[in-house]
Design a protein around this ligand. Structure first.
Ligand SMILES: Cc1ncc(COP(=O)(O)O)c(C=O)c1O
Length: 388
């Protein structure tokens, strides 16, 4: 069957020289990024400080809305920061952990950087409760639900687990949190762009993520969605002049928060990163996440089938409804195999307790999956490791 999405391949130069199966880490760069960055330099060069009024002041809002459109978030509900850690920190700064409601619940498959941030909030009174996985692939939803109680302030969890691509039942977790008065920060870094996300239907209080993986947007742009009906009730203490009601009044003393879109911003935007992010966002919007998902389900199923035919351990759910865009394959000597694949320009990565992660995106050909698996077979045979 012809694969209609392959028509986008020519927009990604690196696909000509590599087998690019690493969009879970860094999406391929769209060719148009070079022009976009040139446009930034041209505007800066020609217009200097006037560029703020021409374009730059509203650019973070523009990019926030482009990202928001991909997850059915209303216009103006997405703020931009440099990375997910900062997004978590801005969200966390809306909470007071000095009272009885100071519990922070997440699972031990959460992204480690997110854990490092929340563990450090113990000094602010947060009580971290980590729910354990048994199999390293998923955490039973019932276990998550049981841990969320009346003392829970916030539940910062991943929608799709970075190690295994397991899709958490975000809806059930959010509903339980809301029943007991807790808030949820949903990390959609590993879902948005490959798994459909409807943040309004999910009812998440916050959503965070970045554009550099499945959104092909490069480093330096991360998003923080805040549910619109909640936003005006929250006062982040990690704040800055962009979040002021009248930033150009340069008032002294405490901030008067804006009720407008930049309420959860801090200071000056990372402009070049915003320019670099736009072409990828435009392409993903055009391709459509539903189409990406359909192809991803097929290609990840194919990878699982190939890995299992070799007897390699697959640390990713078999059920497509529970599986994101990545397949983690723990073949013998996985770390060394990964290094060999990289030498052959087959771009994948290795994560402890996951194995080699392979992440086809809309621009990958089915044959590239066969190429990668055949290369693993060859590498293992050269290592004289029994393939099974
Ligand atoms: C689920 C998830 N959250 C967060 C991060 C990283 O966040 P940051 O933007 O702070 O580097 C990653 C990166 O791999 C991730 O997979």
């Amino acid at each position: 069957m012809p694969d209609d999405l392959l028509r986008y391949r020519s927009q990604f130069p690196i696909l000509e020289t590599t087998t690019y199966l690493i969009s879970n880490s860094l999406g391929a760069m769209p060719r148009a990024v070079a022009d976009s960055l040139q446009a930034y330099a041209d505007l800066w060069g020609a217009r200097g400080v006037r560029a703020w009024e021409d374009k730059w002041w509203m650019l973070a809002l523009e990019v926030g809305d482009q990202i928001g459109a991909l997850m059915n978030a209303p216009a103006g509900s997405v703020n931009i920061h440099q990375n997910v850690t900062v997004c978590q920190a801005v969200a966390a700064s809306c909470f007071d952990f000095s009272g009885k409601r100071n519990k922070v619940v997440y699972d031990d498959l959460n992204f480690p950087g997110v854990m490092y941030f929340w563990e450090a909030q113990r000094r602010r009174g947060a009580r971290v409760h980590m729910v354990a996985t048994d199999d390293g692939v998923h955490v039973p939803t019932e276990r998550m639900l049981a841990a969320i109680d009346e003392e829970t302030a916030v539940v910062p969890i991943s929608h799709v687990i970075f190690r295994s691509a397991y899709i958490q039942d975000a809806k059930a977790i959010i509903e339980k949190a809301h029943r007991v008065g807790a808030r949820v920060i949903l990390d959609t870094f590993q879902s948005l762009g490959t798994v459909p996300v409807d943040i309004t239907a999910l009812g998440a209080d916050f959503a965070v993520g970045g554009v550099l993986k499945w959104l092909c947007g490069g480093a330096g742009v991360a998003y923080l969605y805040v549910r619109p009906d909640l936003a005006s009730k929250l006062e982040p203490t990690l704040t800055g002049w962009f979040a002021h009601q009248e930033p150009f009044a340069f008032e002294t003393g405490p901030i008067r928060y804006t009720d407008g879109p930049y309420r959860f911003s801090t200071g000056t935007s990372n402009l070049p990163a915003l320019y670099a992010a736009q072409p990828g966002l435009k392409i993903i919007q055009e391709v459509g996440v539903e189409n990406i998902r359909k192809k991803s389900e097929r290609q990840t199923a194919r990878l699982i089938e190939l890995a299992e035919s070799h007897g390699w351990r697959v640390n990713t759910p078999r059920d497509p409804a529970q599986r994101g865009g990545t397949v983690s394959i723990d073949m013998p000597n996985a770390k060394e195999v990964c290094a060999e694949l990289l030498k052959r320009d087959i771009l994948v990565d290795y994560r402890p307790r996951a194995g080699v992660r392979m992440s086809p995106h809309f621009y990958n050909q089915d044959e590239e999956l066969d190429t990668a698996i055949a290369a693993v077979e060859e590498i293992l045979s050269a290592m004289k490791v029994p393939a099974r």
